[in-house]
Write a protein that binds this ligand. Structure first.
Ligand code: S3P
Length: 442
């Protein structure tokens, strides 16, 4: 387990401009769509983090030629019917998105595949993809509700699928299955979730149409998907660590360039505005996905309340929302966020455990937490722990920027799951004289 000393509060705050790595969700999907298209797909500003490399390696094992040079990936598409049975189980590491999306894709292929993953992924619920895919005739054999998973590929039938959980991974699994079914499919979401799969299928020449209610999606059959050149926007979920840091470290002003601003993902910006944060957004032109620059200046924050409808657009940023709330001048309450319990860790438990070490007044609820930001922090334990969860690790590194007490982070290597260069990027915003030397956690 790697342990790392964390950067303390820089006296003049954080300053500078950063371009964060490519979007994780879009990197996974770009690989998959490229693989099932005909012709060549070129992804620029791809995220070469462990999670996306799990998808890349799985697709190679399915017979897809893929070349990667840094953040540029070239995929020779095999078309929807050109994947080959892998020689062994596909090991998806820590990647829930890879597992669920590939389960949907492989359910309609004419061969069987076994999917396995690391300890954390093997504890995450998979029945959520098995049940909706079964309504299309798919056969997924789980071990309880978990990996290892056998996908018994077969011909699928289009139908109407009502999703029981608000999950873009589950929706995307059904879309990828529906592309291969006989008869069109309709998917009804519980709440609108990130729509990158829909946008990308359409960009590759397919037809996924969203109804005006923003919850009902129809998927046209057997599209001819053609390879594309895609530039992947910066990941707003990665930018969010610096957006939060700049908001809560006095004296800061930071700009994040070319970040994805898909409205299904921008909950963190709305949260910050509602809390009184100083944030300005400069939208660029839109090429498939909205994109722009975000500038944040430190400001005193107000408390806020979030309920179930607010959650999907901020799901991955809830550890940061907790941190923002821990600096606000009142009591914040987050509810309807029970999905956090089944992320890379039980994030309600890990957020509460770790923030309590910093003396934050936080109370756990079954579906969220209550935080009184008026209580000043008092470090009670100097050894913080990511619990093997990349987003918890980065949130704690941002929290440490409020402290003048040295603290360490156990399990810092987990950060490589989504942001291998996180500490290097953070170091760029800290004045040289005060920067703790931090090498990348590759
Ligand atoms: C993702 C969807 C979300 C998110 C995850 C990435 C995706 O998960 O938390 O980090 O790329 O579709 P759920 O679909 O489980 O909400």
């Amino acid at each position: 387990m790697k342990q790392r000393r964390l950067q303390n509060r820089p006296t003049t705050g954080l300053h500078g401009t950063l371009t964060v790595p490519g979007d994780k969700s879009i990197s996974h999907r770009g690989l998959i769509l490229g693989a099932i298209s005909t012709g060549t797909t070129r992804l620029t500003h791809f995220l070469p983090a462990a999670d996306c490399l799990s998808t890349l390696n799985a697709l190679r094992a399915l017979g897809v030629p893929i070349k990667r040079q840094g953040t540029t990936v070239t995929i020779t598409g095999r078309g929807l019917t050109g994947l080959r049975p892998p020689h062994q189980a596909l090991d998806l590491g820590n990647a829930g998105t890879a597992t669920r999306l590939l389960a949907g894709l492989l359910a309609g292929q004419p061969f069987d595949t076994q999917l396995v993953g690391d300890g954390s992924l093997s504890r995450r619920p998979m029945d959520r993809v098995r049940t909706p895919l079964a309504t299309m005739g798919a056969t997924l054999e789980l071990t309880g509700n978990h990996l290892p998973l056998w996908v018994r590929g077969r011909r699928l039938t289009g139908t109407t699928v009502h999703l029981k959980v608000a999950s873009a991974q589950v929706k995307s699994a059904v879309i990828l299955a529906a592309l291969q079914a006989t008869g069109p499919s309709t998917i009804v979401e519980k709440l609108p979730t990130r729509d990158h799969t829909e946008r990308l299928v359409n960009a590759f020449g397919g037809q996924v149409v969203m109804a005006l209610d923003r919850r009902t999606i129809t998927v046209a059959l057997h599209p001819t998907l053609r390879g594309q050149n895609l530039t992947i926007p910066g990941d707003l979920s990665s930018a969010a660590f610096f957006i939060t840091a700049a908001s809560i470290v006095p004296g800061s002003r930071v700009t994040l360039k070319n970040v994805g601003l898909n409205p299904t993902r921008t909950g963190i910006l709305s949260v910050l505005r509602r809390m009184g944060g100083k944030i300005s957004v400069h939208h660029h032109g839109q090429v498939g996905e909205p994109l722009g620059d975000v500038t944040v200046t430190a400001a005193p924050l107000r408390p806020l309340t979030l309920t179930a409808n607010d959650i999907p657009a901020v799901i991955d940023e809830l550890p940061l929302v907790a941190l923002l709330a821990a600096t606000a001048n009142g009591i914040s309450e987050i509810s309807g966020a029970q999905e956090l319990r089944v992320k890379e860790t039980d994030r309600i438990a890990t957020i509460v455990t770790e923030l309590k070490k910093l003396g934050v007044a936080i109370t756990e609820k079954p579906d969220g937490f209550i935080i009184d930001g008026r209580q000043s922090w008092r470090v009670r334990a100097t050894q913080l722990d990511s619990h093997g969860d990349h987003r918890i690790g980065m949130m704690l590194a941002v929290a440490a920027l409020r402290l003048s007490t040295p603290v360490t982070l156990t399990g810092a290597d987990a950060i490589g799951i989504s942001y291998p260069t996180f500490f290097d990027d953070l170091a760029r915003l800290v004045p040289v004289k005060e920067a703790l030397y931090v090498a990348s956690v590759n």
